[in-house]
Design a protein around this ligand. Structure first.
Ligand code: PLP
Length: 341
């Protein structure tokens, strides 16, 4: 089950989903009903699981577009059961168990109460049982092992009470790589589909290649005299005659403002440091050391140019975050261009 929420981690949910389906992925996961509807409207017909919390206002869209909800709350289960009562066949749902993420899911007590009450709505079909791992990419595997144990206990309870659950899923990317005992019938990778992981160095990671590049070009060039400053609040002062290139991307396009005076971009195969504060729609870079830098030159923010490479993990390190956030932040207004493989 490929996770394509948050616009497929910034890559563009529709094209990414089509590509994954071409590569024989049979099921997708999104966060919200709205994300699922957008995929259906683009003609995607494979089963789509909605991972996020469910609101009564969304039931109609859910049914109309044949989206499979994850239910994490007994009262939502009851309400959904009532809403589905008029359907000719039981509506498939996945039930989420809380095992240590501290986020969504039925506690063991809630699950036990549900099973003992025999009040699972007849209008719903328990197609899937799931939980989410909180520390699959952490250095200590113990808490994940404990989550798997708790989940197995919940699964036993469900199966012994007579439910047949065709889909059982637990693993995100970290779980899929590190915990074979958490593979069950499906895995739910997100970040590794896009060529990244956050596994500790002690774990052998698969050979992943980043899927996405983020590129722009030099829109303007100017020479700044020594003592001249660049961008808001004058945080960059030229020490010598300095060539400054203006790039038409800023924090509104996903370029984190913490890259100000800190990050790099690639121009003519060399690293050009960011000069001054990142603006909303523009950023300036120091190209003094890059001979021949000219208006129109390609500038690579994420990706390879010549022998140099900048990854979303590099940007995450420079800005104190994770590659997930770097990728998801790439703004809707940035045109996505797809190269078929
Ligand atoms: C419920 C759930 N499953 C799977 C994933 C995929 O995780 P990852 O991108 O670490 O593989 C996520 C991502 O946040 C998630 O929330």
């Amino acid at each position: 089950m490929a996770v394509v929420k948050a616009n497929a981690y910034g890559h563009g949910a529709i094209e990414t989903s089509r590509t994954l389906i071409r590569h024989r992925v049979t099921r997708l996961a999104v966060f919200s009903t709205e994300e699922g509807v957008a995929l259906r409207q683009a003609g995607i017909t494979v089963p789509i699981v909605v991972l996020g919390p469910l609101f009564q206002e969304q039931f109609d869209d859910l049914f109309a577009h044949q989206l499979t909800p994850v239910v994490s709350d007994p009262s939502v289960l009851t309400a959904l059961g009532q809403a589905a009562a008029s359907h000719a066949t039981p509506y498939p749902i996945h039930l989420k168990i809380e095992t240590g993420m501290g986020r969504l899911g039925l506690t063991h007590d809630q699950l036990e109460a549900l099973i003992n009450s025999r009040r699972f709505p007849a209008s719903l079909q328990l197609e899937g049982l799931m939980t989410h791992l909180s520390d699959a990419d952490g250095s200590d595997p113990d808490s994940t092992e404990q989550q798997i144990t708790r989940f197995n206990k919940a699964k036993k309870l469900v199966l012994e009470s007579g439910f047949q659950v065709p889909l059982v899923h637990v693993s995100n990317s970290g779980g899929a790589v590190r915990f074979p005992s958490a593979h069950f019938t499906l895995v739910r990778p997100g970040i590794m589909l896009y060529g990244y992981h956050t596994l500790p160095g002690t774990v052998e990671a698969p050979d992943l290649r980043p899927v996405l590049s983020l590129k722009t070009c030099i829109a303007h060039l100017q020479t700044i005299q020594p003592g001249g400053t660049v961008s808001y609040n004058r945080t960059f002062t030229a020490k010598c005659l300095t060539r400054i290139a203006v790039l038409p991307i800023g924090y509104a396009g996903g370029l984190n403002r913490h890259l100000s005076n800190r990050g790099y971009v690639l121009v003519r195969g060399q690293r050009a440091p960011i000069a001054g504060l990142v603006c909303m729609d523009m950023v300036m870079v120091d190209v003094t050391a890059i001979a021949g830098a000219a208006v129109g030159d390609e500038a690579v923010l994420i990706g390879q140019q010549g022998n140099e490479q900048i990854t979303a993990s590099d940007i995450a390190e420079w800005t104190g975050t994770i590659p997930y956030e770097v990728l998801c932040a790439i703004g809707q207004r940035i045109p996505r261009v797809y190269h078929s493989t």
